[in-house]
Design a protein. Sequence first.
Length: 365
Amino acid sequence: MLTFMSVALLIYGSMHWYALDKVWAALPHSFGLGLALALLGFVLTCSPLLVWFMERQHWNRATVVTAWVSYTWMGYLFLFLCVGLLFDLGHALAPLLHINWPLNAVLTLRVVGLLALALLGYGGFEARQIQVEELRIATPKLASGSITIAQISDLHLGIMQSEKFLERVIVKLRELKPDIVVATGDIVDGQGDDFAALARQFHAYSPPLGAYAVTGNHEYYAGLENSLRFLRNAGFGVLRGEAVEAGGIVLAGVDDHTSGQQAELDTRKALAAVNAHNFIVLLKHQPLVDADTPFDLQLSGHVHGGQIFPFIYFTRLSYRMPGGLSQLADGRRLYISRGTGTWGPPIRLFAAPEITLITIESANK
């Protein structure tokens, strides 16, 4: 953990150095300006640690304000970096292309800053536009009729995602009226202010065939026992190496692999007694596919669709799977949700949040 934090702070500090160097280049140099920029960079780099400390002191209101400022700034800084590097590339290529670069340091700072601000505003807007992605699967394993499943994932309820956000999610679920709701991990994130009230909100829609959840990595970061208590109070049956039959299909769920080898044991345990003639939906937070795990459809989340472009390319390199639906070589299917909430910066850029509506219907005519 210490190594991870050190590397993260080094990267975040370097991003501040880049941005504040642009400010330094655009303004008249002075000792006072240099000192002010150095102090500002240090405070902003350490601000996520301040949020972490305040959260553990249960200073809820102050933590919410500090978190919104800190993580909104983080999103802006990342966008400033991306736009700034594009301008730097253009500046470097201009002489090679015999083009007179039209922007000096002052104009560059203004243009890059305004473009990053515009992208931040759009990202905040997009993060509120929950999309419904529909998926239909025909299978002979379902004797007749059809069943609908709504997948939510990566809500990250807590400091920044609270009652108003969850209300929008519940409204969407009530509009869709699925038979089953499944939550594929990272539903909670941190302490929050009143998790009991958030749990009660979930009862505004009770799917006729039940609601089921599995743990994600953030359930462990937030405290596993508290997270499990919240999910159960919210009306979810938490599947931890377990399988249940609902509406003619089988739902199997396993803990996130943050739990270590237990997750592998849970997977084998969950599917040991499942009949291969059943249509099996495996709920697994991270989109890692086990070659010897029997399932027809795996529902995962975790990657947020990258959340902020161009992170989507890093997630694809990491998990070697595109978002959305993938048909595996052996006929199994994997669906990776973009997630419903946000983590860190409260924005999404070209990765709209989603609730997935899966219709599994009989192929028997």
